[in-house]
Design a protein around this ligand. Structure first.
Ligand code: ATP
Length: 283
């Protein structure tokens, strides 16, 4: 029998008590979403949009006010569904006095792996996340990027079918971000489903099959990011070095150093501006 969607969210609503207990702040407001097997899905949105709240409700860390979540067709509290999920929280925090290998070995015990299996998994997972053979210092001496990598390692140690990552590239340098993107791609190549949140458009653009854009708790756009960007440009900005030709000199959006940003509304105007810039000797 074909498996139903890996993630099925319907009408999810979650609110919190407001400041000083006054009123309620709606963090997620009627979110519907379905993610299939083998997809890389990015939940994008600005700070405070409701991404973390959605992720926490998805895995059963928060009880929704309304709506439902199904993972592999089961509620998030279901043990068989949980066993198939790996989760990286937004700000992972681990036991200060363990080494990376000790910490992962502890997680391996929670998953019920025997000693040999734990050793094998810990070694291969440390390599996968770019921690080599495992730094020997205690976790309290780890940099933010190392903690993030270890968080990823605990999320994938048990080879889950669904990996849910809250801001997985946060705190990483450009090489680290690329390594995490490659890791996510390799998970998908292995048939896994990856759901991650981010506010960095580029990370999502490079690897996501589909994205959802959430603003103030509502899903505003859903689809392939590339097509969204292509289908609905609201304007173009051109950086001009040198004198901006008329009539675009009236459309200057901002200036930085020698460069002036000119805003044009559509692709025809963009073509005319580029031709005029080139004719005038500006860059
Ligand atoms: P960020 O990118 O900054 O992590 P986010 O999109 O993950 O943002 P959430 O953390 O889900 O956003 O927060 C959504 C809204 O809900 C915010 O206004 C936040 O202040 C509020 N919120 C989240 N958790 C709580 C809580 N435990 N109590 C009260 N308000 C909360």
């Amino acid at each position: 029998m074909a498996e139903s969607a890996v993630i099925e969210i319907q009408g999810l609503v979650k609110s919190f008590k407001g400041h000083l207990g006054l009123g309620r702040k709606v963090a997620v407001s009627g979110l519907d979403l379905s993610v299939g097997r083998g997809e890389i899905f990015g939940l994008l949105g600005p700070n405070g949009a409701g991404k973390t709240t959605t992720l926490k409700a998805m895995i059963g860390l928060l009880a929704p006010d309304a709506g439902s979540v199904r993972l592999f067709g089961r509620p998030p509290s279901d043990v068989t569904a949980r066993a198939r999920i790996g989760f990286l929280p937004e700000n992972p925090y681990f036991y200060d006095y363990l080494t990376a290998a000790e910490f992962l070995d502890f997680y391996g015990r929670l998953h019920g792996f025997d000693r040999g299996e734990r050793k094998r998994r810990v070694e291969s997972t440390l390599r996968k996340v770019g921690l080599g053979t495992g730094p020997k210092q205690a976790l309290r001496k780890f940099s933010k990027g190392m903690v993030q990598r270890l968080g990823l390692a605990q999320a994938i140690l048990h080879d889950p079918d669904l990996v849910i990552l809250d801001e997985p590239m946060s705190g990483l340098d450009p090489i680290g971000r690329r390594e995490v993107r490659d890791l996510i791609l390799s998970l998908r190549d292995g048939g896994k489903t990856v759901f991650f949140s981010s506010h960095i458009l580029q990370d999502a653009e490079l690897i996501c099959d589909r994205v959802g854009i959430v603003v103030e708790g509502k899903l505003r756009h859903l689809g392939v990011l590339d097509q969204m960007i292509r289908s609905a440009p609201r304007w173009f900005e051109v950086a001009v070095r040198g004198e901006v030709p008329a009539p675009w000199n009236r459309e200057v959006a901002s200036a930085s150093g020698e460069k002036v940003m000119v805003k044009v509304p559509d692709v025809e105007d963009l073509g005319r501006l580029l031709a005029a810039v080139s004719d005038s000797g500006a860059e």
